[in-house]
Ligand binder design. Structure first.
Ligand SMILES: NC(=O)c1ccc[n+]([C@@H]2O[C@H](COP(=O)([O-])OP(=O)(O)OC[C@H]3O[C@@H](n4cnc5c(N)ncnc54)[C@H](O)[C@@H]3O)[C@@H](O)[C@H]2O)c1
Length: 351
């Protein structure tokens, strides 16, 4: 069982959980340690009996040397929506698309199952910005009346139109999805794709442009100032969140029943029930830490940013009885407990 990006947030938590739940499996985590803080996960992987391989998915030889494999979860990426904006697209394209290609090629060589970690950011920015939404007291809400298909107060469904620009991050992920479709078809690989919204939980090395839940909690714990950026600077933008353990539960099911999940490409997230605005997130952090911090506002939007995203998960709910089970307070309280217990480690690695 190969997990690329296996020292990252999703990869390391997944590798450890799978090795513990399936002691008979041999789980290998491969990573080039590009993400700051990923090196902190190496002792955890070792302690759980997961083999670590230093490998760069951009280099075909590195990836092909990881076989033979029965299954691969492709979770190696530059995961920031801001990456490559205004120049320097190379790393995003190479790691997210060329790297994915190498992983699919490896899977084809060994007839392996593939689970690909994709993103809600495959949906284009323009139509998401143009959604009709209302402004409530603490958050934006998606209106019932919409001009495009695939959107409702439940969120964005798989029917949402795909035409338009979506950031380099989203474009590399969508391209990799298309490539995987071809590999699955040509080689008969059982492959499934999860288009995830915000995933959150312990061991996410959150920073301003990626891992907002951890970044918010770190700032409250450290008493560092934060800023509501864009959409009037009031913090009313909304995202759904999914606890990493809920995602692991889903991927475990997919790995254990490849035929049931072959060809699936679903939106995966906490949906409306597990969603927060930044303003609400601040309230939860203040409650959980007992601290108040200074939060400024910058009204101007960042390129590629959107006012609201909720995963409409009705398709995956029809397909399986998997459900997210942890709410926003549970997610944030797990992040707090982890960050407090590892404060010295995080300080030295991230500051
Ligand atoms: N975290 C989220 O909210 C979220 C949401 C949707 C999709 N995803 C997807 O889930 C996957 C995992 O994301 P994450 O949150 O764990 O991010 P992460 O940055 O914590 O983990 C990614 C890992 O990939 C490694 N990596 C990067 N480039 C590499 C390369 N060229 N070769 C080998 N390893 C490389 C990094 O060092 C890092 O350890 C990504 O594909 C991401 O696009 C994440």
């Amino acid at each position: 069982m190969l997990i690329t990006g296996g020292a990252g947030f999703v990869g390391s938590n997944l590798a450890i959980a799978l090795q513990v739940q399936h002691p008979e499996w041999s789980v290998v985590a491969a990573d080039n340690l590009y993400r700051r803080g990923s090196e902190l996960n190496l002792p955890r992987l070792r302690a759980a009996g997961v083999e670590f391989q230093h490998a760069d998915v951009r280099i075909a030889g590195d990836v092909f040397a990881l076989g033979p494999i029965d299954a691969i979860v492709e979770a190696a990426a530059e995961p920031s929506v801001m990456a490559g904006l205004g120049g320097g697209a190379g790393v995003v394209v190479q790691s997210n698309l060329v790297g994915a290609h190498h992983c699919f090629e490896l899977a084809a060589r060994h007839g392996a199952q593939v689970v690909f970690l994709s993103t809600s950011r495959v949906y284009p920015v323009g139509p998401l910005e143009a959604l009709n939404y209302q402004q409530g007291e603490t958050r934006f809400d998606i209106s019932v009346d919409q001009e495009v298909v695939g959107v409702s107060p439940e969120g964005i469904s798989e029917q949402f139109p795909l035409a338009g620009a979506r950031t380099l991050y989203g474009a590399t992920k969508l391209s990799a999805e298309l490539l995987l479709g071809e590999y699955a078809n040509d080689h008969g690989l059982p492959a499934s794709i999860n288009r995830c919204g915000v995933i959150a939980g312990p061991w996410q090395m959150g920073k301003v442009d990626q891992g907002v839940a951890s970044h918010w909690m770190f700032s409250f714990l450290a008493g560092s100032p934060l800023s509501y950026i864009g959409f009037g600077g009031e913090g009313k933008q909304v995202r759904d969140m999914l606890h990493i353990d809920d995602l692991i539960d889903l991927i475990d099911r997919q790995l254990c029943d490849p035929d049931h999940w072959a060809g699936c490409n679903f939106n995966v997230g906490g949906g409306r029930d597990v969603s927060v605005s930044l303003l609400e997130l601040s309230g939860i952090c203040a409650e959980l830490t007992g601290k108040r911090i200074e939060i400024g506002g910058q009204p101007e939007n960042r390129p590629g940013d959107i006012p609201i995203y909720l995963s409409d998960c009705r398709e995956i709910f029809k397909h399986s009885d998997w459900r997210p089970t942890r709410d926003a307070v549970a997610i944030m309280s797990d992040i707090r407990d982890w960050a407090v217990a590892n404060s010295e480690l995080l300080d030295s690695a991230l500051n």
